[in-house]
Design a protein around this ligand. Structure first.
Ligand SMILES: C[S@@+](CC[C@H](N)C(=O)[O-])C[C@H]1O[C@@H](n2cnc3c(N)ncnc32)[C@H](O)[C@@H]1O
Length: 206
């Protein structure tokens, strides 16, 4: 056994953002999750989580630029439909209870605002759009302008800070250390609030 492989440091190159999953699952649980659109679905970790943990009967459509990733993903029969396409030119004709854009919008720069306004039109009533990934000024501007609830994702998801209110949420509420750390982050943020490096943002349609 090679001790250098423990932990597996390549994990995050394949299954992005370990630590974000429980937050997003918390947003999805107890909602209607029947029709899901996963933009930039990659190797399908979100489809897998949704089918196995949130909603086994969900109808999930995955879209990705990489036909090769989609080809690999097909074998697992997780997604009901896989579309090789650029999400910025995608034409949708259905409504979705949940739209996920996980680790995919940070490369779109100016197109992100256009993309969000288009895709939000395809949310069903009380549908939820969830965005997460590395942040940049274009993304932050678009999320704020479109009234998303935006969280700064810190310490690999152990602490989340609401960028509008500065309020922190900690992953393990029973951890006294994390609660104190959360308060400290809130204090630091109050004096030196900067745009986050990584965000989790979401918005519910009316
Ligand atoms: C970092 S991976 C994230 C995959 C998955 N959402 C996850 O969280 O595990 C980003 C994925 O977005 C896809 N992608 C990037 N730009 C895209 C675009 N304009 N349209 C569709 N897919 C895109 C890439 O091919 C890649 O599979």
């Amino acid at each position: 056994m090679n001790p250098d492989n423990f932990p597996d440091r390549q994990y995050t190159y394949v299954y992005h953002s370990p630590g974000i999953e429980p937050w997003i699952c918390g947003l999805l649980k107890d909602r209607v999750v029947e029709n899901v659109l996963d933009v930039g679905c990659g190797v399908g970790s979100w489809g897998f989580l949704i089918k196995n943990y949130i909603s086994p009967d969900a109808n999930i459509i995955g879209v990705d630029l990489s036909a090769e990733k989609l080809e690999r993903l097909k074998k697992f029969k997780i997604y009901n439909e896989l579309i090789p396409a650029d999400i910025t030119t995608l034409k949708l004709d259905s409504k979705f209870d949940v739209i996920l854009a996980i680790e995919v919008l940070h490369n779109l720069s100016n197109d992100v605002a256009v993309f969000l306004s288009y895709v939000e039109m395809h949310l069903a009533k009380k549908g939820l759009i969830v965005v997460s990934g590395p942040s940049n000024p274009h993304l932050m501007r678009a999320l704020r302008k479109r009234n998303y609830e935006v969280y700064d994702y810190q310490l690999r998801g152990l602490v989340l800070t609401n960028t509008a209110t500065g309020k922190t949420k900690v992953m393990w509420r029973e951890s006294k250390f994390l609660r104190i750390f959360g308060m400290l982050l809130r204090f630091v943020r109050f004096f030196g609030a900067k745009d986050p490096k990584y965000v989790l943002a979401f918005k519910e349609s009316v």
